[in-house]
Design a protein around this ligand. Structure first.
Ligand code: NAD
Ligand code: ZN
Length: 269
């Protein structure tokens, strides 16, 4: 089944044929689909995350250590405005088009930037398995807080913001290293993977589990797999088609060649 490196045009055409035939598409996206919106992925040299050692920013340390919480919020205050102000790109729009064409079972994302929803993907079909940086949550009682308000509070000098209800530490509503995956979202993602007839993975290195287990589950259950990435991934050997290239341009071409109407930009630029 493994498609060796074929020219980009051919790979897009093959992916488009699979999409044209598919009725229950599940999409899995990673940080790579948002780099064209100006949000660096983990690996980009100089990217925000590459300047810190993630093993020092685990969930347990966040809970136990004031200095970790202060550092975490400092980093979060740098990355949040980048995500808040970013605009979706052609890749996000391609997935909206697939949904509007009635072919999308679920869009599973490892991203925390909210760009799928900003592009017009419906919240009912979007599964954020690593949470969202657009919200804040109390790690003791689970109460939610407004991200923009807490962001301003931290910028104004409150280095360790706490929950109104119980006084517990507030944290961006993302899943940190060492933190349990959200059960409902993870279960829904695996259910969708087992039910799809085509999975498209775009911009994920497929090295982080359980997300990397989703294409394994889809293929095991009989679905075809398309991987779009500018580099090889951990699961290229499972794929029917591997498209090497920019997620935005590749997805735009795949959706157009499959005869699916573009969604267009629906957000306020
Ligand atoms: P990753 O950083 O491990 O891998 C990103 C992948 O995308 C790489 O394989 C890279 O080659 C590819 N890529 C980068 N730009 C691309 C482009 N324009 N076109 C095609 N491919 C491109 O990302 P990951 O596997 O998603 O794991 C990192 C985790 O970090 C995520 O699970 C997420 O929770 C978090 N994160 C989120 C964001 C975000 O929300 N935008 C950004 C950074 C990190
Ligand atoms: Zn609380």
């Amino acid at each position: 089944m493994y498609a060796p490196a074929v020219p980009q045009n051919d790979a897009c055409r093959q992916a488009a044929e699979l999409l044209r035939a598919a009725r229950r598409v599940v999409v899995l996206t990673g940080a790579g689909i948002s780099t064209e919106s100006g949000i660096p992925d983990f690996r980009s040299p100089g990217g925000l995350w590459s300047r810190y050692d993630p093993s020092k920013l685990t969930f347990d340390r966040f809970r136990a250590n004031l200095e970790t919480r202060k550092l975490y919020w400092q980093i979060a205050c740098q990355s949040y405005p980048l995500m808040r102000d970013a605009l979706p790109n052609a890749a996000h729009e391609a997935f909206v088009a697939i949904e509007r064409a009635g072919r999308l079972l679920a869009l599973v994302t490892q991203n925390v930037d909210g760009l799928h929803q900003k592009a017009g993907s419906s919240p009912e079909r979007t599964i954020e398995i690593h949470g969202t940086a657009m919200g804040v949550v109390c790690i003791d009682c689970g109460q939610r807080a407004d991200r923009e308000a807490i962001h301003r509070q931290v910028l104004a000098g409150d280095e360790d913001p706490v929950c109104d209800a119980c006084g517990g530490p507030l944290k961006p509503a993302t899943i940190s290293f060492g933190q349990a995956m959200p059960e409902r979202e993870t279960a829904a993602a695996f259910r969708a993977a087992a039910e799809c007839d085509l999975m498209i993975v775009a911009g994920s290195s497929l090295v982080v589990y359980p997300a990397a287990g989703l294409p394994e589950e889809a293929v095991r259950a009989g679905a075809r797999l398309v991987i779009v990435n500018r580099e090889p991934t951990g699961h290229d050997a499972l794929a029917s088609v591997v498209v090497h290239g920019s997620a935005g341009e590749s997805m735009r071409r795949i959706v157009a060649e499959a005869g699916i109407a573009p969604a267009g930009a629906v957000y306020d630029a």
